[in-house]
Ligand binder design. Sequence first.
Ligand SMILES: *[C@@H]1O[C@H](CO)[C@@H](O)[C@H](O)[C@H]1NC(C)=O
Ligand SMILES: *[C@@H]1O[C@H](CO)[C@@H](O)[C@H](O)[C@H]1NC(C)=O
Ligand SMILES: *[C@@H]1O[C@H](CO)[C@@H](O)[C@H](O)[C@H]1NC(C)=O
Ligand SMILES: *[C@@H]1O[C@H](CO)[C@@H](O)[C@H](O)[C@H]1NC(C)=O
Ligand SMILES: *[C@@H]1O[C@H](CO)[C@@H](O)[C@H](O)[C@H]1NC(C)=O
Length: 354
Amino acid sequence: MEVLPWVRVLIMAACLFPASVECMVRHYKFDVVLKNSTKLCSSKPIVTVSGRFPGPTIYAREDDTVLVKVVNHVKYNLSIHWHGIRQLRTGWADGPAYITQCPIQPGQQYIYNFTLTGQRGTLWWHAHILWLRATVHGAIVILPKRGVPYPFPTPHEEMVIVLGEWWKSDVEAVINEALKSGLAPNVSDAHTINGQPGPVSTCSSQGGSTLPVEAGKTYLLRIINAALNEELFFKIAGHQVTVVEDTGMITPENHPIHLHGFNFFEVGRGLGNFNPKRDSKNFNLVDPVERNTVGVPSGGWTAIRFRADNPGVWFMHCHLEVHTTWGLKTAFVVDNGKGPNESVLPPPNDLPKC
Ligand SMILES: *[C@@H]1O[C@H](CO)[C@@H](O)[C@H](O)[C@H]1NC(C)=O
Ligand SMILES: *[C@@H]1O[C@H](CO)[C@@H](O)[C@H](O)[C@H]1NC(C)=O
Ligand SMILES: *[C@@H]1O[C@H](CO)[C@@H](O)[C@H](O)[C@H]1NC(C)=O
Ligand SMILES: *[C@@H]1O[C@H](CO)[C@@H](O)[C@H](O)[C@H]1NC(C)=O
Ligand SMILES: *[C@@H]1O[C@H](CO)[C@@H](O)[C@H](O)[C@H]1NC(C)=O
C-alpha cells in the first residue's frame, strides 16, 4: 500500500500551469544504512545513504520541486541539510537538527520537500547533526531550465568531484573523545577524492579515483569540499582551469561561515576589529560577489549583506564542523512579511517530533 500516497502526491504536486511552465517533481529515496568500508588497510562500519560514499547525486532543473524521502535505518538521530538551497518559505526542509526540525529518530522517516527557485549550479547535501556528514553527503546538480544553455561553452562532459576526509576510527568516537578531553579532535587519516584515499602500497584492495578524459576536450568539473574540518585546494597539474561558478570562498586560515536560507553579498573584509565609521565607507556596493559561504579572516572580519526576504529561522555557522561543535554558530529569525506568500508554510504533517 506504499504506492498509493505517492501517486496522489504526484498529482497534487503537478505544476500549476503545466502548459506554460515546464517544471517537474523529482522523487528521491534516501535509505540511511550502515555499510562496512575498508580504506587505508582498515575496516569500519560507516553511515551512508544507500550504502554509497559519497552518496547519490541529486539531479534537477531550476524551478523543479524535489521530494526526498529519508528513512533512518541506523542507531543515530539524523537530519539532512541541502547546502545552498534557498528554501523559500520551506524552512521545515532546511535540515539543521534542533534549529528547524527535530531529528529523524531511528526507524523513522521524513520527506524533505522544496522547490529550486531561481537557482542553478552545483550545491550539495549533507547530514546536519553530530559528525555524520563525514560520510553522509553528496552532490546536488541544478541544471538550467530545459532549452536554456549554460552561460559558457557546452562542455564535452560533466563530472562530480567530492573531496572528503577519512578517519580510520569511528568519527563520533573522535569528536566525543575531544569533547571529553577539551582538546582538538584527531585530524583525519586521509583526504579522499570521490571516496578514495588513493593507492596505499601496503594494502591490496586500494585504488585511487580515476576520471578518464580525452586530450583537447573541455570538461565541466563540479567540485565539492565535503571535508569536515579542513579547507582544501584543488588543481590539475599541467592544465588550465576556468572557474565558471563559486559558491564558497576558500582562503587559508579563514573561518568559512555558511548562512542557511540566503545567498548574500560579501561587501567588505579586513583585519583587526571592524570599525563602522572607517570600514563601511569602503564597502563594495557595486559588484560584490554572491555566495552562501564566505571566508572570515582569522583575527579579522567580513561584512555581508542580504535581503531578509525569506521568513524562517536560518542557521549561520562555521562550516568547519569542530568550530560548530565548539559554538561558532548563531541563527537569524526572519519574521513573516505581508500575506501568505511572504509567510512560512505550515509545518508538514510528518515533521519529526522531539
Ligand atoms: C560489518 O562487518 C562485521 C564483521 O564482519 C559484521 O558483523 C557486520 O554485520 C557487518 N555490517 C554490515 C552493515 O555489513
Ligand atoms: C510539498 O509541499 C507542497 C507545498 O509547498 C505541498 O502542496 C505538497 O503536498 C508537499 N508534498 C509532500 C509529498 O509532502
Ligand atoms: C586519537 O589519536 C590518539 C593518538 O594517536 C590515539 O591514541 C586515539 O586512540 C585517537 N582517538 C580515536 C577516537 O581514534
Ligand atoms: C506576494 O504577493 C504580492 C502581492 O500580490 C506581490 O507583489 C509579491 O511579489 C509576492 N511576493 C512573492 C515573494 O511572491
Ligand atoms: C534523538 O532525538 C530525540 C529527540 O530530540 C532525543 O530525545 C534522543 O535522546 C536522541 N537520541 C540520541 C541517541 O541522541
